[in-house]
Design a protein around this ligand. Sequence first.
Ligand SMILES: C[S@@+](CC[C@H](N)C(=O)[O-])C[C@H]1O[C@@H](n2cnc3c(N)ncnc32)[C@H](O)[C@@H]1O
Length: 335
Amino acid sequence: MPPRSWGWWTEQKLDILGDYLAAFNKASTTAGTTIYLDLFAGQAQNISRSRTEHLIRGSARRALETRPPFTVLRFFELESQAAGLKAALEAEYPDSRDRFKVVPGDCNMTIAAVLAELADLNWAPTFAFLDQQSTEVQWSTLQQLARHKREDKWKTELWLLCASGLLPRGLRLRTEAIDNTTADRMTAMFGTDVWTEALHATRAGELSSADFRSELTNLMRWRLEQALSYRTTLVFKVTNTNGSEIFDMSFATDHWAGEKIMKDVYSAAERRQPALRLKAQLQRRQAREESQGRYGMFDLDEFAPDKPDATLFEVKPEHVPPHPPYRRRGRLNGN
Ligand SMILES: C[S@@+](CC[C@H](N)C(=O)[O-])C[C@H]1O[C@@H](n2cnc3c(N)ncnc32)[C@H](O)[C@@H]1O
């Protein structure tokens, strides 16, 4: 399979991950042991869309390179990708072979055995990254992660991608019959079908598509806080200039330090983004010109000014608490 190609916002997400992981391990120094679980670890190599020769360092590499280091790392990946990922990581990080394992198969099926293997370490600070493409993760997996730690310890921290901008398209919201396969997967991911109330309201014109997307993001946070008892969730939304959401990242923690660090990391990412976005635009233009045989004297990278311009995408941290899920008139709110 050719390497996957991504936009600048993926690099932004991975930069946030890298920053958070370093701070997580630093804050956990006294524990002496920290655990990283990557439920959608990715393929051996990824390439930026903005410049073809630019390789993106994916989540597995960023976690392996985190300093201070993680003691234990587990990378979950589908059978078809797992062997390639394992071979690449073993070749690149020969000294880390004792620290990490690639777990082949559907993470929803393999998570129980991995958590059982790590049961003796259920006191150690643990972070799980859930970088799904759409609705691959199942609620039971989130539940198992949330329940993994010993009762007197902070819960496993979760950082979950919710493709709220893509899901309405996947559902075929505007067509006569929605796509039931996507709908069933969404119910399995949220662990409830309460989201279908917002779906019916949107189809009836009572909610806008933007409201529907917000309801999906809100529901995931609501469920993490209410059903899994996380003290705090923080969301980081990636939207285009029309305000349409592409995806968001929900962070769940019980720990005040986790909340503070992630807020700081989200804010730093927000400040970095105009320059990153502009750089991606310039790189794309340079690649286009080079493909037409026109070469400049300088690398455009060196000229990326540090000011926002021609906004294409926007990343907004949202720190307001989630609200009860949307219910159509005459019904009670609940989990
Ligand atoms: C968005 S990519 C992850 C990218 C990765 N985090 C990185 O930074 O390179 C999602 C990955 O999840 C894998 N995947 C999809 N469904 C899965 C499942 N049920 N269990 C484990 N991995 C899965 C896909 O093969 C794909 O490589």
